[in-house]
Design a binder for this molecule. Structure first.
Ligand code: Q46
Ligand code: ZN
Length: 307
């Protein structure tokens, strides 16, 4: 039997269980753009005067974000940090560059090895932390710093509904109050920090995949090997399983948290500025004597030199 598009009554090819709806391709694209627009409006994330920098990994989330923001009329440039992970970094860079060329958008590319004078494994060893934790720290640091240096007024990332609902579950299970206080889709400009936003917070991974396919966006599909075994995947499986049994659980869970957030965490949203001060070496906000990035540079510099 033919599926009917709920909006136009034509032939539907896309079924969205979470919304108990079926859509044709054209109305799906309109639905997707509306979800992004609503998120931007609900949280006052961006305005059309903003100069926006998107963190581009070359994967579907960040490329779809870049694409949809451009179509919504925002001034958006991309930033890609090459992490030098064999088997995934080449593809990621190539897909980011191909998208920038196709759309005529600006893409800034940097190499992690040049920023820290070491590879990510050596950096993780020096910090005695998991590779992903150090990689994420360096990316956040440089993304913010580069945005300030180049006069961008907002930085955006491709975190979506699946990411954010899984993170929320993990933060609640471990009652990570500090993390909960920062789990808001927009963090305003603060001393040393550019405004940060997550405009894909209302759309799911599945919806992003459909959007990327319909918009003909070529994205990198090779996973970084370090992503495997991350605890975040456990929470993603859990929220997916809830969603499968009870469609629309993810969006309900996250939206309810954001409503309650305004009551419980609104004063904590600025990451308790009293405890943060500028890093004496680079100016990045930190609660320690120097920021984590400067700490990493010191640790790498004090490694014994190879003969
Ligand atoms: S690139 Fe870096 Fe990710 Fe690879 S090492 Fe982990 S954080 S998984 S998004
Ligand atoms: Zn510093």
């Amino acid at each position: 039997m033919m599926m009917k598009c709920r909006v136009c009554g034509g032939q539907a090819t896309i079924k969205l269980e979470s919304y108990n709806t079926k859509l044709c391709e054209r109305d799906f694209l309109a639905f997707f753009e509306r979800r992004v627009k609503n998120a931007i409006k609900d949280f006052d994330m961006l305005n059309h005067q903003d100069r926006v920098l998107v963190a581009v990994s070359g994967g579907k989330d960040s490329l779809a974000l870049w694409d949809v923001l451009r179509r919504l009329g925002y001034q958006v440039s991309g930033y890609h940090l090459v992490v030098n992970i064999p088997g995934s970094s080449e593809d990621a860079l190539q897909k980011s560059q191909a998208f920038a060329e196709k759309t005529g958008a600006e893409l800034i590319v940097e190499n992690l090895a040049e920023l820290i004078d070491a590879d990510i494994k050596a950096a993780a060893r020096a910090m005695k932390k998991p590779v992903c934790s150090v990689c994420g720290m360096v990316k956040r640091y440089r993304f913010n710093q580069l945005a300030s240096e180049h006069g961008f007024t907002a930085v955006v990332t491709g975190h979506h509904l699946d990411d954010e609902s899984a993170t929320l579950l993990g933060n609640l299970v471990h009652w990570q109050e500090d993390y909960l206080a920062r789990q808001y889709p927009v963090l305003p400009v603060r001393p040393g920090m550019v405004k940060k936003a997550k405009p894909l917070v209302y759309v799911s991974k599945k919806e992003i995949e459909i959007y990327a396919r319909l918009r003909d966006i070529a994205f990198a599909s090779s996973e970084c090997p370090y992503a495997e075994g991350a605890t975040s995947l456990v929470y993603k499986d859990l929220v997916n399983s809830l969603e499968e049994k009870m469609p629309s659980t993810k969006i309900f869970f996250l939206k309810t948290f954001f409503k309650k957030y305004r009551t419980y965490f609104k004063d904590a949203r600025l990451e308790n500025p009293a405890e943060l001060h500028p890093c004496p070496e680079c100016g990045y906000p930190t609660s320690g004597p120097v920021c984590n990035f400067c700490q990493l540079k010191h640790k790498l510099a004090s490694r014994p030199k190879k003969p």
